[in-house]
Write a protein that binds this ligand. Sequence first.
Ligand SMILES: Nc1ncnc2c1ncn2[C@@H]1O[C@H](COP(=O)(O)OP(=O)(O)OP(=O)(O)O)[C@@H](O)[C@H]1O
Ligand SMILES: [Mg+2]
Length: 348
Amino acid sequence: MGTGSSDVVEPLVSVRDLRTHFPVGGGALARLRGSRRVVHALDGVTVDIHPRETLAVIGESGSGKSTMGRSILRLEEPTSGSVAFRGKDVTSLSREELRRERQHMQMVFQNPYSSVNRRNRLIDIVAEPLRVHGIGDAASRRARATELLELVGLNPDFLHRYPHEVSGGQLQRIGIARALATGPDFLVADEPTASLDVSVRAQVMNLLADLKEELGLTLMFISHDLAVVSYIADHIAVMYLGRIVEVGTKAQLESAPQHPYTRALFEAAPKPDPRLRKKEAAPLGEVPSAIDRPSGCHYHPRCPLAMEICKVEYPALEVKANGQQAACHAVPPAGVPAGATVLPVTVA
Ligand SMILES: Nc1ncnc2c1ncn2[C@@H]1O[C@H](COP(=O)(O)OP(=O)(O)OP(=O)(O)O)[C@@H](O)[C@H]1O
Ligand SMILES: [Mg+2]
C-alpha cells in the first residue's frame, strides 16, 4: 500500500478503480425511459493487499464493504475496473478459469448458519470445496477434513454432527475450516464474529490471527468493530458510500486519522477506558442514500470542515502529512506547510 517495507514485495491482490453498480427499482416505465436508478455500491476503489498482510475495511452500514469483498472474489460481477490476484487479472477470467482460481481465494461469511446447508453433516460442509474442485477421493477428503477440524480447534467427532448440533462459535470454526480446505492464500472475512456471542468472539478472532500466521495467509477483514480491527489489521481502509476515503497503516490511522469521517468513526467507537470516553460520541448524523449521493465529496453534508469546493468536486485520494492517503479538500497534502492548513491534526 505504498508504505513501509512492503513496497518491495509485489502485492498479492491489486484492485484498480473497481466499480460495482446495482440497478434498482424504477419499474418498466422508468426502464423504458432509460432512467433506471443505480446504487453505486462500489465506486472506484483502488487498493493493494500485500502477501501475509491484513487489510481491515471499516465504514458504516451500506458503505460498500461487503460489495468490495464480494467483487474482488467475483462473487459479485464488477461493473468495471480490475482485480489482479498474484498478477493474474481475475476480472477477465472465464467461468471455468475463475472456478479454478477460487481454490486460492476464499470467503468466510458473517453468519455461519445461513452460509451452510443445514442438512449436511459437518464433514460434508468442510469437504465441499474439495469435492467442487475435484481434489482427492472420498478417503483423502475425509482425512483432510479431520485435519482441518484439528486446525480450527475442534474434535474430530464433530465431523458427524449437523449444524444445529453445534454452537455458533463452533459453526464459525467450521466455516473457517471450509474456507481453508483448498489451501487458499487469500481470505476475505466479512464480519466473521459479528453474529457470535460476545464471549466467543475473541476466541474466533484469536483463531483467525493464529491461522493467518501459521499458514501465511493474506486477509481482507471487514468489520464494524474498531477494537477487533486494531487487533488484527496491518492496514486499514475506510469506506464511505462506495469509495475509500482514507487508507494507510494501522499506526498511521490510529495515531492521526486525517479524514474527518475517520476521526468521527474513531471518536464514536466505545473506549475501553471510561475516562477516555467523550460525553458526546461524535454525532455522525445519517448516512445519505447510496442512490442519491450528495454532490462533490459525498461526506460534505455531515462534515464539520466542509468548504464550497467540497460541494462540487470529489477530492482525490492523496498522501497526507502523516503518510497515509485521504480524500479530503480540507486536509493539505504532504509537503504543504501546516500554515496553509484549515485543520489542526489532533491525535485521537
Ligand atoms: N444485490 C444488490 N442489489 C442492490 N443493491 C445492493 C445489493 N447489494 C448491496 N446493495 C447496496 O449497496 C450498498 C452497499 O452495500 P454493502 O452490503 O456492500 O454495504 P456494507 O458496507 O457491507 O454494509 P453492512 O455494514 O451493513 O454489511 C448498499 O446501499 C446496499 O443496499
Ligand atoms: Mg456488509
